[in-house]
Design a protein around this ligand. Structure first.
Ligand code: C2E
Ligand code: MN
Ligand code: MN
Length: 400
């Protein structure tokens, strides 16, 4: 099967014309040996390359490019299959795209061994690069300028365990504004009595009891937040929408516990996953009304992992939207994820919704998302969840 790949990268240092020609000659030779063909557009600062060939050879070629220190910010724009080679006559053709004119499309079309339909995505990407308009959609970041420094959270620690009839406890993970060095909220993640992950808390319970347990467990989360003296910090709790709907007076019960532990409804955020919100929209809508009427705000969790997407936002606008880890992982290298997240961020800005990126594990992911306008961040890069406590946070420090 023939694979095709399109990427964009940035030159890491200035390159003289003859050096560039040399590199292209070398690449052309290597490509010819491996049965790889393609085109390389260069606008003086960025490369844009279309390559095609047998799957294995193409992967090896791309790995080679990604490990080349000459290429910075390598972003995959398209990775797909095609019925036949399009540029089999060209091992590697360099095309000057400096004048951003659409005239460069002509020599490309002339080099095609099979004509491409005008809706061909690779061709559309080539045209977009040639026009220079794609630059409006990129974000730039420099990781070398940042160091991370761990600072204690400053919150209290739990002197003695929470006395509860429920066999559960909570781990807390900060959601941070890394450039302001502030913890916006802490998310309470349920753990079993022995510290096991969320599903172990529910697996031994009959299904009919899940919702009651889910709701009642929040008492422990609220008590924990209160005992750690979270002050003005907010507390995010996870709840199934049904936990708020199927139990009579669920919101009143939640409210009573919020007050009992000296917290305010304005401090509490209820996180509901996109999946649950859409599959039980009637229940969700009812739960929402109740939460809103008492001043508790709502976050859509795992946005982008479900199937509702933007249509959910057309029906309902939460205070906060958490972009799922699926979209966050390696975003700095992934063109489709970048385009999707940009659209989500822009949409949330127009609607007054705060965006949070979940599952940030690397400085690259954070910096890309920060530059793209995401406001708050959660992930192992900043802090891992800590059972019965608020962990120290690793804050980014600008060194240059
Ligand atoms: P979630 O609400 O999306 O919570 C984030 C999950 O991602 C947590 O897993 C957290 O430990 C993990 N995480 C955070 N940062 C990173 C990171 O940088 N990398 C990776 N790989 N993972 C990260 P956890 O605690 O296992 O929770 C899983 C899910 O269980 C939660 O996802 C939430 O949907 C659900 N859950 C947790 N507590 C409750 C609860 O009290 N009630 C209900 N109904 N569901 C809960
Ligand atoms: Mn959550
Ligand atoms: Mn999530």
């Amino acid at each position: 099967m023939l694979s095709i790949l399109v990427y964009r990268s940035r030159l890491s240092r200035p390159l003289a014309q003859d050096e560039l020609s040399n590199l292209v000659d070398k690449a052309a030779k290597r490509n010819q040996e491996n049965g790889v063909s393609g085109i390389l557009l260069f606008d003086g600062e960025h490369f844009f390359q279309y390559i095609e060939g047998p799957d294995k050879a193409l992967k090896a070629t791309y790995e080679h490019i990604r490990s080349d220190p000459l290429h910075h910010h390598v972003v995959t724009l398209l990775s797909d299959y095609a019925p036949s080679a399009r540029f089999s006559n060209w091992a590697m053709q360099l095309i000057d795209a400096r004048d951003h004119s659409s005239s460069i499309v002509e020599p490309i079309s002339a080099g095609l061994t099979t004509p491409l339909p005008s809706h061909d995505r690779a061709l559309k990407l080539i045209k977009a690069f040639a026009s220079g308009r794609w630059k409006d959609h990129t974000t730039d970041f420099v990781t070398q300028n940042w160091q991370f420094e761990t600072r204690a959270s400053g919150f209290e620690t739990l002197a003695e365990p929470i006395n509860s009839i429920l066999p559960c406890q909570f781990a807390l993970q900060p959601i941070v504004d890394p450039l302001r060095y502030t913890i916006s909220s802490v998310e309470a993640l349920i753990r079993s009595a022995t510290g096991g992950p969320p599903y172990t808390c529910f697996e031994n319970l009959p299904a009919a009891e899940h919702h009651l347990f889910d709701l009642e467990s929040k008492r422990n989360a609220l008590e924990l937040a209160s005992r750690l003296n979270i002050g003005d910090c907010k507390l995010s709790i996870n709840l199934l929408p049904m936990s708020l709907v199927s139990i009579p007076n669920a919101v009143d019960q939640l409210l009573a516990n919020i007050e009992k532990f000296g917290l305010t409804p304005q401090q509490v955020i209820v996180e509901v996953t996109e999946e649950e919100a859409i599959s039980h929209f009637d229940h969700f809508e009812l739960a929402l009304k109740k939460l809103r009427s008492v001043g508790i705000s709502v976050a859509i969790d795992d946005f982008g992992a479900g199937f509702a997407g933007l249509s959910l936002l057309a029906k309902f606008q939460p205070e906060k939207l958490k972009i799922d880890r699926l979209l966050v992982t390696d975003i700095h290298q992934d063109g489709p994820k970048q385009a999707i997240v940009k659209a989500i961020v822009e949409c949330c800005k127009s609607l007054g919704i705060t965006t949070i990126a979940e599952g940030i594990e690397t400085p690259e992911e954070w910096l890309w998302l920060q530059a793209a306008g995401v406001e708050l961040f959660q992930g192992f890069l900043f802090a891992k969840p800590l059972i019965n406590g608020i962990p120290a946070v690793s804050w980014p420090i600008l060194t240059k």
